[in-house]
Design a protein around this ligand. Structure first.
Ligand code: KG4
Ligand code: ZN
Length: 375
């Protein structure tokens, strides 16, 4: 297990004041403890006013699952049980606060692996039962979107570099969520208001990266290993299909995956060693071209003010660079460590739900297949 952490400077407990350059906060002030256990990361974070990260801890189980070539649900939930309390305690300690300084506990309610979700939800229920704090169940996809609202604490020299780098997204936004389980194109007209334009008809983009990585002999998780292998490859070495699906906003990656499989088989039958870098680069180029092409067209067609890209695959360098180069408007993509699963994004979405009045009961159950459209 490896733990990634980030925290605010030591002297933080008083609530941070907005810098003069920032518009005055029209929204209520609140500190939210976020808890995330939807898949194979156990995470906790404290976020203030939906944006300022006071602490963020992520315990990754990737090493445990690598031997299986994917997430093994039973192993994931056992590991969450072992890790969740130390991670929550660590997040509070790193923010230099206790539960009494928190205004609400937000936890991922779904979508995700049932046995993993239930560990986070039950732990959050225990915390609110003991403390009397409000409980907020958060949709994991909505949380990925809110990762673009987050910002790191100001630098120790007082320079708000991260603020300058991450102005608040402006509506209407075209949102592309690309993760291991989902690929969705969304029109977001205001906080918490979404219209789904399209989604994948088969594999999610991250799933395609993971499956193709396995096909060409690369390790899990496939996204980072394909990105790395692509660096030495020619993206035009193989002409893999792009599923544009005419005028629809939907996506499809299974044909592309099959095309890679066919190429691999053909090369193997000829007794040739796999040109892994070229296969990886050509596959990545095909995915990126469709993701960027559809997102840019949606932004133009629907007159979006800005584009937001989130989810694990938004960590992909080629996707980030191509989107920035081709977008007709400003683009928000979270910093790499906020693209993959974390609890700061759960706390951020939880804040916007909290100020909208959402309060969940102790009877709240997990929702392993919870679409964003039903939030
Ligand atoms: O959002 P996430 O951490 O978990 C889900 O909610 O699914 O996304 C995980 C997915 C995995 O499929 C992983 O291969 C992919 O994100 N991923 C990447 C990169 N980093 C992670 N895909 C492409 N390029 C990357 N650099
Ligand atoms: Zn995720």
């Amino acid at each position: 297990m490896s733990v990634r952490s980030s925290s605010a400077p030591r002297s933080l407990p008083a609530k941070t004041q907005p810098s003069p350059a920032e518009t005055p906060p029209a929204l209520p002030s609140a500190r939210i403890l976020g808890v995330e256990t939807s898949c194979d990361e156990t995470a906790a974070a404290v976020v203030e006013n939906g944006r300022a990260i006071l602490s963020s801890l992520v315990a990754s189980q990737v090493d445990l699952h690598a031997q299986f070539g994917g997430v093994f649900p039973e192993v994931a939930s056992r590991q969450h049980i072992r890790t969740i309390y130390p991670i929550i305690e660590g997040a509070l300690q790193q923010a230099h606060i206790g539960l009494s300084d928190i205004d609400a506990v937000a936890v991922t309610r779904g979508p995700g692996l049932p046995g993993s979700l239930v560990i986070g939800v039950n732990t959050a229920k225990g915390l609110v039962l003991g403390s009397g704090l409000p409980l907020i169940g958060v949709n994991h996809l909505e949380a990925h979107i809110y990762s673009a609202w987050l910002r790191w604490p100001p630098l120790p020299n007082g320079m708000g570099e991260s603020e300058a780098l991450s102005p608040e997204p402006r509506f209407p936004l075209i949102v592309l969520i690309v993760s291991g389980g989902h690929t969705e194109l969304i029109l977001m007209t205001d906080h918490l208001k979404y219209r789904r334009l399209g989604a994948t008809l088969d594999d999610a983009a991250g799933e395609a990266f993971d499956k193709v990585a396995r096909l060409i002999g690369l390790g899990y998780p496939g996204g980072p290993s394909i990105q790395k292998a692509s660096q030495g490859g020619n993206p035009r070495a193989f002409t893999f299909p792009r599923a544009w699906l005419d005028d629809s906003w939907d996506f499809s990656f299974s044909g592309l995956k099959t095309a890679v499989l066919r190429e691999v088989r053909r090369l193997q039958e000829q007794g040739r060693s796999l040109p892994v870098a070229n296969l990886a680069a050509s596959f990545q180029a095909a995915v990126v071209e469709v993701l960027v092409g559809k997102t840019v067209r949606a932004a133009q067609t629907l007159g979006a003010a800005e584009i937001l890209v989130a989810g694990g695959v938004s960590a992909n360098q080629a996707l980030r660079e191509t989107m920035l180069a081709q977008a007709p408007c400003p683009v928000h993509i979270p910093p790499i460590d906020l693209c993959t699963d974390n609890a700061a994004m759960i706390a951020s979405a939880g804040y916007y739900r909290f100020i909208a009045g959402q309060r969940d009961s102790l009877g709240m159950d997990v929702l392993p297949n919870w679409p964003l459209s039903e939030v």
